[in-house]
Design a protein around this ligand. Structure first.
Ligand SMILES: O=C(O)CCC(=O)C(=O)O
Length: 270
């Protein structure tokens, strides 16, 4: 199958099943290089005063979080606008999607699970009746059940409210959904797409010596407030280097409805 055909098949599966995996988007060597870049970015983030452990998110320091990736290395600018990510985001959300966030979570041996959630539930009130957001997850290492492959609830994108999800699985609390979840498993270099309505949590890393490193490109409908304020967070030189389409998706332009920005799809005036 050609790379384009594999991506088109993944878009179909994402729309039907809420999740899809595309293999070999990066070579193993490219994934290893990206991992080295990510560790350097983690160091630089700490140097700039943005911590890489967030107690509000993770139970212990074995999870290393890296925020503001686009500011930290041009590789991450390349990945956030990568043609495979663009095809997945356009396929689920439409051509006018925006970039809401771009972060990393390295689950090291001993990492525990975070709170069960859906990514759309964090940024939008119920009902979640249509696709509002998408995570495009870059696997920089092999991802397995044992090293913390993201636990997810296949099909949960079909439920528009938390009560519907709980009723479907006969549970009263989000944490009770874990028993129904499956781990993502994919080789380094793969991309995993997950509809923002899919309920999930990070897996526990029970290996002795394997890191599980994932990048999360979070894309959203243009009417959703982004999780990250790129205008504030990206240095001027990084902003200046962004091409027009990416500037639009990051919200760097002055306006969205007076022609200063790029209306990518069909704008409000047709
Ligand atoms: O690291 C993971 O497997 C999931 C992370 C996640 O769901 C999140 O940060 O919201």
């Amino acid at each position: 199958m050609t790379p384009d055909a594999a991506t088109a098949q993944a878009v179909d599966r994402l729309r039907d099943e809420g999740v899809a995996v595309v293999h070999d988007v990066l070579t193993r060597d490219e994934a290893a290089d990206a991992l080295a870049t990510l560790w350097a970015a983690a160091e630089e983030s700490r140097r700039q005063g943005i911590p890489t452990f967030m107690p509000v998110l993770d139970p212990n320091v074995a999870n290393v979080r890296v925020f503001n990736l686009i500011a930290l290395d041009p590789l991450f600018t390349h990945l956030i606008e990568h043609p495979v990510a663009d095809a997945l985001a356009t396929g689920l959300l439409g051509a006018d999607y925006i970039v809401s966030n771009f972060t990393a979570n390295i689950a090291r041996p001993g990492a525990g699970s975070m709170a069960v959630h859906s990514d759309l539930a964090i940024v939008a009130p119920e009902p979640w009746a249509s696709p509002g957001s998408l995570n495009v997850i870059w696997c920089l290492t092999d991802v397995t059940a044992d090293n913390g492959g993201t636990l997810h609830l296949p099909g949960s994108q079909r439920y528009a409210t938390q009560a519907e999800v709980f009723a479907a699985y006969g549970v009263d609390r989000p944490e009770d959904l874990v028993g129904h979840m499956l781990p993502f498993e994919a080789p380094a270099g793969s991309v995993i797409a997950m509809d923002g309505r899919v309920w999930h949590t990070s897996g526990r890393n029970v290996t002795a010596d394997q890191d599980r490193a994932l990048l999360f490109g979070y894309y959203a409908q243009p009417w959703l407030r982004p999780q990250w304020n790129f205008t504030r967070a990206l240095p001027e030189d990084v902003q200046a280097a962004c091409p027009p389409t990416l500037r639009h998706r990051l919200g760097l332009d002055h306006s969205l409805n007076t022609g200063d920005g790029v209306l990518i799809g069909r704008g409000p005036l047709g």
